[in-house]
Design a protein around this ligand. Sequence first.
Ligand code: GLP
Length: 239
Amino acid sequence: MRVVIAPSDQIASKAADIVCQQLQRKPDSVLGLATGSTPVALYRELISRYQQQQVSFARAASFNLDEYIGLSSEHPQSYRYFMQQQLFDHIDIAPEQTHVPDGMSEPLSSCQAYEQAIGAAGGIDLQILGIGHNGHIGFNEPGSSLSSHTRIKTLTPTTLEANRRFFRDDEFQPCLAITMGIATILQSRQVLLLASGEAKAEAVQRTVEGPLSAFTPASSLQMHEHAIVLIDEAAASQL
Ligand code: GLP
């Protein structure tokens, strides 16, 4: 695991450099993408580089980490909707090459189909990750099996609380999600975890220095040969 500490305002451009290098090396790369507030600046940077013709996604494919069960792709809080708004609608990636787990079909077969689709695409070349305050990656909550694949997870009260800010007071907030498993994430050829701000410092410390434990799912990245943890000074403050 390589830890890179950078000023907050450089995290997005450093992350974009890694994504663009990957696409230059292999234009038909399979990208693993994440939601949440952390990767938004990265997506903005990628859109800007695409507009300046510095990068093309025309031959790339993408697989998102997770999706809420019960939210359709048109629901503003669904992760499919988020990805369309934050990235896909603004770049040249082919719509049929973007994959987000389907939160509306029968979940068990949907999980299996997702895992198979990742395999059929040749596996993920570069997986982008954020991190939850409790150390989760995707929606792999503490206690998730380190050998897990795409499946249904129940969200913990802390995750529900952390993500409550995205939902209106009267809006239904799902407590179930489909998420790639920890083994699915570890099978990616390269992983880039992004974190900024002091609120993530403890989770980052447990990820980088803590024992490898299912209770800090992100600590599983210690086993990955090509994992980069790109964080700002506040997120690194407990290292
Ligand atoms: C959600 C997502 C995770 C993300 C986490 C942190 O729970 N499922 O993939 O890493 O939120 O989000 P944020 O970046 O907003 O702190």
